[in-house]
Design a protein around this ligand. Structure first.
Ligand code: GDD
Ligand code: MG
Length: 363
């Protein structure tokens, strides 16, 4: 049972540049990329709402003005939303301190902080209950990954107390990592210096641990994914469409694919593996699309194959082309008979001539 938290406030960190997702993030910030048919954040907002969060402050920086037109005052989500923008990026800690100006919580109240690029199935209510019961300064959601070097490595003692915070260390001491969802006691946020560039990962957490404050770990093995790379982004969308992570924001039933309004998928096309088909997309007869994200208005021509890839808005994949583990930018045209693989990225608007790229070992 998911516990509920009436009145809980949250800060959503959405100011990053999303460089690893270029060219997708050249025109759209990472948290707004279409994911299983809706802007990525819709999944996080709906999930937070399901645990009783009622007010969320967006900490924006990169492409800050694009958020409010999409989510407005939050009424559509049953939330009240505020937008606070940093004139220059203040880092994760500086952003939290800056956005806290818009909180109404008192000094002893818990405040939820969310990285804006995470899909997580954990019970936020349980995390907050643990924070309250142990009277912690901060409670970090922790998960386990195979390669902790890309994350914050977080060892704990047997009582769950965090003993160190090692951001992106080449020598991780455990596979347990910071999952990017924190409960802060409000007064601890107010102790972060105001108007300065601060990293919670490199400064605030190590500082709190050093000074003997209780920083607690809440470890789970529930669904968890950081969608910061193209491969992870595609996986996240696919998992939502297939129902591997339940989302109240999914705009249709779970299944092999999800098609938005006006999409035309030929009955002779094969579309499967949790593919999201954007509004007004065309998938022609004999095309095969597996586990991919097709943005609005794109065209997959007869006999083309698109596997584990993102196809940008209005892009066209021509007849007989293979696109695997690749990103096609908005409006790009991949001419007939190309073979794109292994993380290849085609920049927006590029027109790739017929048979310009072939990677297969048999040619
Ligand atoms: N407002 C604002 N200002 N937001 C920012 C800024 C900033 O200056 N810098 C980063 N953010 C936001 C990003 O938009 C993202 O939502 C979040 O802060 C984390 O930044 P990422 O760039 O995604 O960091 P990461 O994925 O390399 O590492 C972080 O997340 C991992 C879990 O996915 C760290 O918190 C790691 O410790 C953690 O393991
Ligand atoms: Mg990230």
């Amino acid at each position: 049972m998911e516990s509920s938290l009436p009145g809980l406030e949250a800060i959503l960190l959405v100011g990053g540049q999303g460089t690893r997702l270029r060219p997708l993030t050249l025109g759209t910030p990472k948290p707004l990329l279409p994911t299983a048919g809706v802007p990525f954040l819709a999944h996080q907002l709906a999930r937070a709402r399901s645990f009783g969060v009622r007010r969320i402050v967006f900490a924006t920086s990169y492409k800050a003005s694009m958020f409010e037109p999409v989510f407005g005052d939050g009424a559509a989500f049953g939330l009240s939303l505020e937008y606070i923008t940093e004139t220059t990026p203040l880092g994760t800690g500086g952003a939290i301190r800056n956005a806290a100006e818009a909180l109404t919580s008192g000094p002893d109240d818990p405040v939820l902080i969310l990285n804006g690029d995470i899909l997580s199935g954990h019970d936020i209510g349980e995390q907050v209950s643990l924070h309250r019961a142990r009277e912690a300064a901060v409670t970090l959601h922790l998960t386990e990954v195979d390669d902790p070097t890309r994350f914050g490595c977080v060892p704990t003692d047997e009582s769950g107390r965090v003993t160190a915070f090692l951001e992106k260390t080449p020598n991780p001491v455990t596979n347990r990592i910071n999952a990017g969802c924190y409960v802060f006691t409000r007064s601890v946020i107010d102790s972060i210096p105001r108007g300065e560039v601060v990293s919670v990962e490199r400064e605030t957490f190590p500082g709190l641990i050093e000074s003997g404050e209780l920083v607690l770990g809440y470890a789970t093995r529930t669904y968890w994914l950081d969608v910061g790379t193209p491969a992870a982004f595609v996986r996240g969308s696919r998992d939502l469409v297939l129902g591997r992570l339940a989302s109240p924001a999914l705009p249709g039933p779970t299944g092999e694919y999800l098609a938005l309004d006006g999409a035309r998928v030929s009955p002779e096309a094969k579309v499967q593996g949790g593919t999201a088909v954007g509004a007004r997309c065309v998938v022609e007869a004999g095309a095969s699309v597996v586990g991919s994200v097709l943005s609005d208005d794109c065209v997959i021509e007869a006999g083309a194959s698109v596997i584990d890839s993102v196809v940008g808005q209005g892009a066209r994949v021509c007849a007989g082309t293979v696109v695997r583990d690749a990103v096609i930018g908005d409006g790009a045209i991949v001419g007939p008979g190309n073979e794109l693989q292994n993380g290849v990225r085609i920049w927006p608007g590029v027109e790739l001539p017929e048979r310009a790229l072939r990677y297969s070992s048999d040619v």
